[in-house]
Design a protein around this ligand. Structure first.
Ligand code: FE2
Length: 425
């Protein structure tokens, strides 16, 4: 047997057609046609074959807890944080782990094989940290789970958050988090950015902060984060998540800010589903959209990945682990409707986010881990339009999820027909 699996006739994201041969969990060959023996041949004719989806911003310690101990009645960010505070003392290791593993199953079924999850470190027990470290080990054979030490209640504002952040990093959490806009003062927020970046630089870690997740046009923590990223050599390893205040900032100031972010090598992770429902809550009309300035960032050379943030938790009562939902919403909110921009939105839930997470073994290249997803769509734009079914998901050379195509049979006034939502070209 030459190969374990050959995926035949798929359409790659760049539009080329290729066969992909897999052996020993790695991509062994990508050629226009591969005629060889394989343990299994998967027919992907006319279907998009993509590297897996990547979610660079999630909260796995809270996911699938919707309704516990009550629902978020106002739907606001601050009630969500308060509700999470009510739920935290009730959490158990087993319950957090069970919900997280159930979510990872959803993720796999959606071809989502890499997730960066923030984990709240403000509970002195570090119960969620230990539970998610367990989950990380459990899912490691098929899903890259990266954890961020996240002081949800404030690095300085919460009494033991600073100490707990360090304890979490000592236990093996991968990335340093923060929430400067939630500290008591702008000055304490600024200092938290500096100290958290020093911790990351000192330990050789990445840093990813919830930054300026407000509608305050004067919130300036991203400026400080860009400054510290450059000063401490964290370029390519630092992320500002959300950055929603940038939506409301003065245009002149943004024209100065964007080149500073680009120069520093600071990446951005907006979370379109959450930003569009949580921001602008104090507005009457017109209501601000609250998502950061994605097209302008891309034009300035800033790397951007779209995150999902929440699924069925204190902040968001919907969600299905489908990164195509995220790309779909991001595309609309950012008005990125040209063909090139729509493809970029697909990249922002796949390759761009993988680069932000530093996933060295990711991508459809010979020698890389054989992880991919086959979609019932002809190209990335159609995948977004349809939020296309995942026909087959392969993780490190093993088929971990598959389904039949599902066209719907109609019978209207005696006229039988089959409806496929794919566009015939
Ligand atoms: Fe978040």
């Amino acid at each position: 047997m030459d190969f374990d699996i050959i995926v035949k006739g798929g359409v790659l994201p760049d539009g080329s057609k290729a066969d992909i041969a897999i052996a020993g969990g790695r991509i062994a060959a990508i050629e226009p046609v591969i005629d060889a023996d394989a343990g299994r041949v998967i027919d992907a004719s006319g279907n998009l074959v993509s590297p897996p989806f990547v979610d660079p911003h999630f909260h796995m310690d809270a996911t699938l807890s919707y309704g516990l101990p009550r629902i978020n009645a106002s739907g606001t960010l601050l009630e969500g944080i308060a509700l999470w505070g009510e739920l935290k003392p009730l959490l158990t290791h087993e319950a957090v782990k069970e919900r997280a593993l159930r979510y990872c199953d959803w993720a796999v079924s959606m071809g989502l094989l890499a997730i960066r999850s923030h984990v709240d470190v403000c509970d002195d027990r570090l119960l969620a940290v230990d539970a998610l470290l367990d989950v990380k080990r459990t899912v490691a054979p098929y899903l890259d789970l990266q954890l961020v030490a996240f002081p949800q209640d404030g690095f300085y504002r919460s009494p033991r958050a600073r100490e707990n952040t360090l304890r979490a990093l000592d236990r093996g959490v991968d990335v340093v988090g923060g929430i400067p806009h939630f500290e008591r003062t702008m000055e304490e927020g600024r200092r938290s950015v500096t100290e958290l970046c020093e911790i990351a630089a000192g330990r050789g870690l990445m840093v990813d902060m919830h930054c300026d997740e407000t509608d305050d046009p004067l919130s300036r923590h991203v400026e400080q984060l860009a400054y510290e990223t450059r000063r401490q050599g964290l370029g390519g390893r630092a992320v500002g998540s959300h950055l929603t205040s940038m939506h409301s900032m003065d245009n002149y100031y943004v024209s100065k800010l964007l080149p500073l972010i680009a120069e520093a090598g600071l990446a951005a992770i907006p979370n379109p589903l959450i930003n569009i429902v949580l921001q602008g809550r104090h507005d009457t009309y017109p209501k601000r959209r609250g998502m950061t300035r994605v097209p302008e960032m891309l034009k300035a050379g800033i790397r951007v990945g779209f995150g999902q943030d929440c699924v069925l938790d204190p902040w968001y009562s919907l969600g299905t682990a489908d990164m195509l939902d995220v790309a779909f919403m991001g595309l609309h909110v950012a008005q990125m409707t040209s063909p090139a921009d729509m493809r970029r939105c697909f990249d922002m839930v796949t390759t761009e986010s993988a680069t932000i997470m530093g996933l060295a073994d990711y991508g459809l290249d010979v020698g890389k881990a054989a992880s991919l997803v086959i979609l019932d769509a002809g190209d990335p734009v159609e995948a977004i339009r349809l939020r296309a079914d995942r026909l087959c998901v392969i993780a490190r050379g093993r088929v971990v999820a598959e389904r039949e195509k599902r066209d719907m049979a109609l019978s209207i006034e005696g006229r039988p027909a089959t409806v496929s939502r794919r566009h015939r070209r």
